[in-house]
Design a protein around this ligand. Structure first.
Ligand code: C5P
Length: 397
């Protein structure tokens, strides 16, 4: 099941580290290749020699080990694996991850990686229940980090409660799930996201309130189903998800160029809030305040990326999905928009200020297709993304 999969296993410092040895054995039995990284605290609990012997691989311990850097730099090491597993993930490691610290090899790898990460937390029950750890957990989950456990049980410290690391078979099951062949495996999906910035001059621009949260969640949900995702994003508030190819752009015209360069695609989801116009007479240098003369900006229409791709004569993606952020007559306007733009589906939502949707964490959408529509209950943007990704997988498989 895990044949040919490469797992980078970070072993943190806790009594549960002894289970990491068994985890290495079981992973190798299933055909996986394991590269262990042992933290300084981890080395107090298991020896580098036992990890090396069980993994039959080189152990990495120190960020400043120049031999390692010559062989394989830490950036490369962080991206060479199919999955990074942290077991045990101590409170300290979780805090470092949540805070984006990079002050040893393990935390640097975790910050540098673009691969998916699964953590198996293990710590004293009070440490687990502490508001700081729970805050860090929520941050990590929001960042798309996968979590297995901890379980309730007797702890080595004599207390009882949540904090015991998940058992090895549970960790293996979580690894299997993270690496499983999803229904979109082998499919290339293009997702646009975020606002665009249209320059007025080199220091000023016109933008909109899109946070990029919905597009980011969609890209993540599609990657979770195994899709090969190209994520073309304007300057968004939220960071791009792990495990996707990120193309960063500023303007609508750059976004169109990036989308065209990323084709062909099986599916394209246009979640970006693209500016309708750009400033035709944008200054090459900063426009100076000049007495009573106010600058006059001239506008030109931006290319409509969704319509361009929907109407493409050659290599049109099999399924093209647009978004319609409306404030009045949402369904009627979105239905007309779907026909006008030539896309297959439109995800319509009401972004009038009272809904709190623009820039918020929830969304209430109606999915409009050629032959009907469905209104979904209000839910988190993550849940909308998961439901949409599932519908996409059903539609193209
Ligand atoms: O026309 P409107 O902006 O309401 O259309 C929304 C849909 O069209 C979204 O899917 C958006 O990503 C897409 N769009 C685009 N290029 C534009 C304008 C909108 O791809 N220039």
């Amino acid at each position: 099941m895990l044949a040919d999969k490469h797992i980078l296993l970070i072993v943190g410092g806790g009594i549960a580290a002894f289970k990491a040895l068994d985890l290495v054995r079981r992973l190798r039995e299933r055909g996986a290749r394991v590269t262990p990284v042992l933290t300084r605290a981890g080395a107090e609990f298991v020896t580098p020699l036992s990890l090396a012997a069980l993994s039959a691989a080189k152990i990495y311990q120190d960020l400043f080990d120049l031999t390692d850097e010559a062989e394989m730099g830490h950036i490369e090491l962080s991206r060479a694996a199919d999955l990074i597993v942290v077991a045990p993930a101590t409170a300290d490691l979780m805090a470092k991850m949540a805070g984006g610290l990079a002050n040893d090899l393990a935390s640097t790898l975790l910050l540098a990686t673009d691969e998916r990460v699964l953590i198996a937390p293990a710590m004293n029950v009070r440490m687990w229940e502490h508001a700081a750890t729970q805050r860090n957990l929520a941050t990590l989950q929001g960042d798309g980090i996968l979590v297995v456990g901890p379980n309730n049980g007797d702890m080595a410290c004599g207390e009882y409660g949540p904090g015991r690391m998940a058992e090895v078979p549970e960790i293996i099951a979580a690894i299997d799930a993270a690496l499983s062949d999803g229904p979109l495996r082998g499919k290339h999906v293009l997702v646009t996201s975020g606002p665009t910035h249209e320059p007025i001059d080199p220091v000023r621009y016109i933008a909109n309130r899109s946070s990029g949260a919905q597009g980011t969640a969609i890209a993540r949900a599609l990657a979770d189903l195994g899709a090969d995702v190209t994520f073309v994003t304007g300057p968004a508030d939220v960071p791009p998800p792990a495990g996707v190819t990120v193309v960063k752009v500023q303007t609508a015209r750059e976004m169109l160029a990036a989308v065209q360069a990323a084709r062909p695609a099986d599916v394209a989801v246009f979640a970006a809030a693209v500016a309708d116009w750009h400033v035709m007479n944008a200054g090459q240098s900063k426009i100076k305040k000049d007495g009573n003369r106010l600058p006059v900006l001239g506008f030109a229409e931006n290319p409509d990326i969704l319509a361009t791709v929907s109407h493409a004569k050659h290599g049109r993606p099999g399924l093209v999905i647009g978004f319609a952020a409306e404030t009045d007559d949402v369904i009627a306007n979105a239905t007309a928009k779907r026909a006008r733009k030539g896309c297959d589906w439109i995800v319509a939502n009401d972004v009038s200020a009272a809904t709190g949707i623009m820039g918020g964490t929830e969304n209430a959408v109606t999915l409009i297709m050629k032959d009907g529509s469905e209104t979904w209950p209000r839910m988190t943007k993550d849940a909308v993304a998961t439901a949409l990704a599932k519908r996409i997988a059903e539609a193209i498989s």
